[in-house]
Write a protein that binds this ligand. Structure first.
Ligand SMILES: [Ca+2]
Length: 464
């Protein structure tokens, strides 16, 4: 615990105890930002050569960038139920985009709820728990009212937005179709509204402790962004991902079936893939600009020195690697997430960590940074030690799950390997990738006798 003197512990308006920022004596606030379906590979600070994300990058300069952070489930609802309760999917039992975690865990204390219970204003604007995009944008379905002092649902036109565009994969439903719109007016978008609302909350709560959660829906499809963001990415500059010939030949048939209709480039030829990438990058930059408006207000109100900022996604996203797009895969591109944490006074400022970490670790981390006592049954491990010393190790394994109508998948990531096991009533399949030699996971070693010892070790690590 970084705060030693009693003086640094303050009582909140409601008399609950929370930590204060050492150098301000004010309670430690939280700005918690989740960008939906954001791949770490599509951010400037994570090394993308084209993508412009100056505001996300600014958080990385002020905090620690996690290079090997993994989600617990490669799908919206299960992942969000997991990191917001601090419990793994097998505990929340949310394994699809349908059930509400309260059906199984009525007494869970969620991350925002912990803050609310400790006298904070716990404020939601946008997608935090599951939200069907575009179908339930603007509603508070699944948003767990018990977690919030304010439960806000920004409005957005989504695929009903004005502007030019096209659906590159018309056979897919609205929540999956690679549909994009170059819209003339940003103000019709939920993320623009979310930023407006977040700014108003910062101004209204500048003098009291807040946990402000902002859930941006971009770059989840439909990929809607103002024209000028598309103009940042001329298609001639965009290079679709090229996998080696026969790349998917060694992926188990059950795995390919489990991935469903987001393989084979979703039927998009190279030109369409370029258009899809452009629209995705434009959506990332549009989201980034909304984030920037919120950060500028935080700075204008001089709140940065006593505010923890967490920026993350809910899971990764394929951009054509192995011919796969979107989420619902257990490969590195879908399991790995962007995670950046900036906390006042931490020694790791501006550095990155390669420690193996999980999104289930975020809850105990934010609680510790604010001096709050989290529920005893959390299943993650605080990352605070990495914010002071990013060179340290954290965990030996990261676990990601995926259940689809075709199969159940379990993956474990270790320092050098990714192991994936698929199972259905009648079939199984395994994948093992050596990240030292094959970071793009082109060669499945599961059938390679030379890899048998590592296969056995990872089977055990993946558990039952
Ligand atoms: Ca998502």
């Amino acid at each position: 615990m970084p705060f030693s003197t009693r003086r640094e512990f303050l009582t909140t308006a409601a008399g609950a105890v929370c930590a204060s920022a050492a150098n301000t004596g004010r309670p430690m606030n939280v700005l918690y930002v989740v960008s939906d379906d954001l791949s770490p590979t599509a951010l400037g600070c994570y090394g993308h050569p084209l993508v412009q994300s100056p505001n996300v990058d600014s958080i990385a300069r002020a905090g620690v960038r996690f290079d090997r952070a993994y989600c617990q489930f490669a799908l919206c609802a299960p992942s969000r139920a997991s990191f917001l309760t601090g419990l793994r999917p097998d505990t929340t039992r949310v394994r699809s985009n349908g059930p509400d975690f309260r059906e199984f865990l009525p007494d869970a204390v969620t991350l925002p709820q912990l803050f609310k219970n400790n006298g904070y204003r716990a404020i939601r604007e946008g997608k935090m728990f599951h939200m069907g995009v575009p179908t339930t944008v603007g509603t508070d379905r699944w948003q767990d009212a018990a977690s919030w002092s304010h439960n806000g649902s920004p409005q957005g036109k989504e695929d009903r937005s004005r502007g030019e565009g096209r659906n590159l994969t018309p056979k897919h439903d609205a929540g999956r179709a690679m549909n994009y719109i170059r819209t003339p007016d940003p103000s019709e978008q939920a993320d623009f509204d979310a930023a407006n609302r977040a700014i108003a909350h910062l101004e209204a709560n500048r003098n009291q402790p807040f946990f402000l959660a902002v859930g941006f829906v971009r770059p989840h499809v439909p990929l809607v962004a103002p024209d000028r963001f598309f103009d940042l990415y001329p298609v001639a500059k965009i290079r679709p991902f090229v996998s080696p010939a026969g790349d998917t030949d060694d992926i188990p048939a059950l795995a390919l079936r489990a991935l469903g209709n987001t393989t084979g480039h979703m039927g998009m030829d190279e030109d369409k893939q370029r258009e899809a990438l452009r629209a995705y990058f434009a959506s990332v930059s549009f989201m980034d600009e909304q984030l920037g408006r919120v950060l500028r207000t935080l700075d204008a109100l001089k709140l940065r020195d006593n505010t923890v900022i967490v920026f993350q996604s809910d899971h990764g996203w394929h951009l054509g690697e192995h011919g796969i797009w979107q989420k619902r895969s257990l490969m590195e591109e879908s399991a790995r997430v962007p995670l950046i944490i900036s906390a006042p006074g931490r020694k790791g400022r501006g550095r990155r960590t390669r420690a193996i970490t999980e999104l289930v670790d975020v809850y105990p981390t934010v609680a510790e940074l604010c001096g709050l006592t989290p529920p005893a049954r959390l299943e993650g491990k605080s990352l605070v030690h990495l914010l002071d010393n990013p060179a340290r190790e954290h965990k030996a394994t990261a676990h990601t799950q995926l259940d689809t109508p075709q199969a159940q998948g379990r993956a474990v990531r270790t320092d050098h390997f990714r192991y994936i096991r698929w199972g259905s009533a009648s079939e199984t399949g395994e994948e093992l990738y050596d990240h030292r030699r094959d970071p793009r996971e082109f060669r499945n070693l599961a059938a390679d006798p030379a890899a048998a010892p590592e296969l056995a070790r990872h089977r055990a690590l993946a558990g039952a």
